[in-house]
Design a binder for this molecule. Sequence first.
Ligand code: SAH
Length: 275
Amino acid sequence: MRMEEKGAENGVAAMAACYQGFDPAEYLQSNYTPPRADFERKDSILSWELACLHRAFTEGDVSGELLVDIGSGPTLYQVMSGCEVFNKVFLTDFLEVNRQELRSWLQDEGGCSLDWTPFLQHVCKLEGRRPSAWTEKAARLRQVIVDIVPIDVNRPQPLAHDALPSAGADCLVSCFCLESASPDLAAFTRALGHIGRLLRPGGHLLLIGTLGMSYYMAGDGVKIPTVPVNEAQVCASLKESGYTLIRLEVYTVPQDMNVGTDDAYGVFFVKAMKE
Ligand code: SAH
């Protein structure tokens, strides 16, 4: 094995080791409650993200049968707009604790670490529906999520070989996964290529990620090192991995959204198409 391959393998193994301490409840508490998820504020991180996703899924060009969310973690907000457009949604994550958290919500038997109601209500509002329609959206989401499966974006074949229909996904959504799963920029670019193999030609990628983040906290004393990327690097990586950029939007984290659990200066949203 060449030296650089060995180095890349070590980097990936070190990241996987860090994730063994990931605490879904702590992660949700830091990132998916106010101030970050304050829907009274248009400039909160989650208001911005949900608006980006709403727009992308309602512009008309993103459509088909199958939507796959890459590295879902313990969260559901990222498919709350897409579930109205696609009849089948696959959720995926590297960790069993996260897949278990998602299954708890799907089965609706209590035991969830976060109440997703304000998110569902907010997305209903974006869609011009009354907030009370959130129960219908929750039912729709539970109906279209067909599976929750393991994934590793560092592998050329990130899912089990028979996990998806052979035609591939019509759309991928992925939020805060690739920069959090990659030891360096080369691995980030490779991961973009790996997930692209799950997507049909002409299919869309909706990618959300952090800018300039070198670590985040995922539990008591659990510090996960991440690869800091900037807008230019994201664009170059997309191009190198066979995507055509449609739109890049940038959010700058306001001082009071900095809750001390990471060092990101911003968030990017990308809409791209696989060539
Ligand atoms: N999408 C969620 C979670 C992001 S946190 C959100 O928007 O908040 C980063 C996620 O990447 C975690 O759920 C972690 O389990 C996952 N992850 C870590 N290593 C990974 C890998 N090699 N392949 C895929 N996902 C990975």
